[in-house]
Design a protein around this ligand. Structure first.
Ligand code: CU
Length: 297
């Protein structure tokens, strides 16, 4: 009997291990049939996923305990096995236990969650600040360039096409890069560019209705509220492109406002940002041009 139980536990823990491997699927974007989170790219995202996994294990153990206990009670105290039931209604010891144990469990869960929440919400020594503004229905990003706020809009790249094949044909005809089926609804016209291994503060607000700035692989999600400046932060550990979406129902085109964060090497950052600003910003003049203009006056 014991050996059978041990085998059951081994099988269960084995399937849990493979489940946790399947959980770490999708880097920067979701994957078909994905079950869990996208691969974490920040320390905070790693901690969020570890906490979530641990809580699931705890919930599994509690559920198993309650189920076994119920089954035991059903059999042991059935009419057949226990024809004359006891008449007592109180047992102080067991009442203290079933009050104290859940309290201990709740405190054990609350302590790491609150600590994590605090670290998530505390922006420390940001090396770069970017402002993200939600509009119906696209995002705008603002960078500080030599004390001036330079802004650009970022729309869904695949918007306006009825299906993937139509978009593919149209883009191919124009000689433009075709996003993958998964990227189709996540790719934006202009990326939010940030350097790797850098604490980036994101100030989030909205111009019309509520939106929410969310990037799953950074474990970042913050409401964009008109007239209010919220902030969050992340420190990406790897270069790459990471996708998110507006996560507050904001109108008919809510699903068409993706967030595309491009994390580049530190020494490539300035050049890449200048490239993006030059192409998309409304009010950007490269510093060299500005200096030349001043000199010419
Ligand atoms: Cu929105």
């Amino acid at each position: 009997m014991n050996r059978k139980i041990a085998a059951l536990f081994a099988a269960l823990s084995g399937s849990m291990m493979s489940a946790s491997a399947a959980l770490a699927a999708g880097k920067g974007q979701p994957e078909p049939w994905q079950l869990g989170y996208q691969e974490p790219v920040t320390d905070i995202a790693e901690r969020v996923q570890t906490l979530s996994f641990n809580l699931h294990v705890l919930a599994f153990v509690i559920t198993l305990f309650v189920t076994v206990l119920l089954a035991y009670v059903c059999i042991k105290f059935s009419k057949k096995n226990n024809p004359t039931p006891d008449r007592f209604t109180h047992n102080s010891v067991i009442e203290v236990i079933w009050t104290v144990v859940p309290v201990v469990i709740l405190v054990a869960m609350a302590w790491p969650s609150i600590k994590l929440l605090y670290d998530q919400e505390t922006v420390e020594d940001a090396e770069l600040t970017v402002k993200a503004v939600g509009y119906q229905w696209y995002w705008g990003y603002a960078y500080d360039v030599d004390g001036e706020e330079v802004i650009f809009d970022s729309l869904m790249a695949g918007k306006g096409y009825s299906d993937y094949e139509t978009m593919k044909a149209a883009l191919e005809e124009e000689g433009e890069e075709v996003p993958s089926p998964m990227e189709w609804k996540l790719k934006a016209t202009a990326p939010m560019v940030v350097p790797v291994d850098t604490v980036v503060r994101v100030q989030v607000t909205a111009a019309d209705v509520l939106h929410a700035f969310a990037v799953p692989s950074f474990a970042v999600k913050v409401d964009a509220v008109p007239g209010r400046l919220n902030e969050t932060w992340f420190k990406a550990k790897e270069t790459g492109t990471y996708y998110g979406q507006c996560s507050e129902l904001c109108g008919p085109d809510h699903s068409y406002m993706p967030i595309m964060v491009e994390v580049v090497e530190k020494d490539e950052y300035e050049a890449r940002l200048a490239e993006v600003l030059e192409e998309f910003a409304h009010n950007y003049t490269p510093s060299s041009v500005k200096v030349a203009a001043v000199a010419a006056e």
